[in-house]
Design a protein around this ligand. Structure first.
Ligand code: C5P
Length: 221
């Protein structure tokens, strides 16, 4: 990372509000927002089902077909894969589960770590994910880890779906969140864990404005 480029890391489990906050923080700081979950989702979507049975060479050959670029700032940040902006096709629970499956594979993690670090040499960014502060950007000066109970995260997701007029089952959502938590926290490579020097924010009883304020306080210091 060049000295004049800044990386802010924002990690935490599924459904904790990272995306909304990471975009808002990036907007406030006038820097780019990088959704690293979208990178794992792309791989999950494209070759996730077959991935666990592939040899390292096969996986590398698949990965080599995709190149990621990041442009824009804050809310207008755009992550593209092979020149096409990533769209809503990856925003399903099925793709999320496949993303979690490929995210266990060291070859995939190493490849994306390289890409994420490369992007950080070109632009300042808020990097949102699971291992941004702990593994990918250990030198980042500002690290945040958001947390909330699975029940609280599930009920937030349930309300969101209801507001969008989509069918939703609260118990199912909570069990999917717990399943993904387990996969993310127990994998042997880069498990979901707060970096030792991350600011941990429990969002269970905070709304988005409260969490945003708690994060921005650290930049004022
Ligand atoms: O954040 P999002 O829900 O889009 O991430 C999808 C999945 O990708 C996560 O459940 C996790 O398994 C994986 N992931 C990861 N490391 C990251 C970002 C996402 O392992 N930095």
């Amino acid at each position: 990372m060049q000295n004049n480029l800044r990386v802010v890391t924002l990690d935490g489990p599924a459904g904790v509000g990272k995306t909304t906050l990471a975009k808002r923080v990036a907007q406030e700081l006038s820097i780019a927002y990088l959704d690293t979950g979208a990178m794992f989702r792309i791989f999950g979507w494209k070759f996730g089902e077959a991935a666990p049975k592939m040899s390292e060479e096969e996986l590398e050959a698949h990965i080599a077909q995709y190149s990621f670029t990041l442009s824009g700032i804050g809310f207008d940040s755009v992550l593209s894969v092979n020149g096409t902006p990533v769209g809503d096709e990856i925003r399903t629970e099925e793709v999320a589960a496949l993303a979690s499956t490929v995210a266990k594979l060291p070859v995939v993690r190493d490849a994306l770590k390289r890409v994420q670090r490369e992007i950080s040499t070109q632009t300042s960014l808020v990097a949102e994910g699971r291992d941004m502060g702990s593994v990918v950007f250990p030198q980042a000066k500002f690290k945040f880890f958001l947390d909330a109970t699975a029940e609280e995260r599930g009920s937030r997701r349930f309300k969101q779906l209801q507001e969008m007029g989509k069918p939703a089952n609260l118990d199912l959502i909570i069990s999917q969140i717990k399943e993904r938590d387990m996969q993310d926290r127990t994998r042997s490579v880069a498990p979901l864990v707060a970096a030792d020097d991350a600011h941990i924010i429990d969002t269970t009883t905070l709304n988005i404005d409260g969490v945003f304020a708690a994060i921005m306080e650290h930049f004022a210091e």
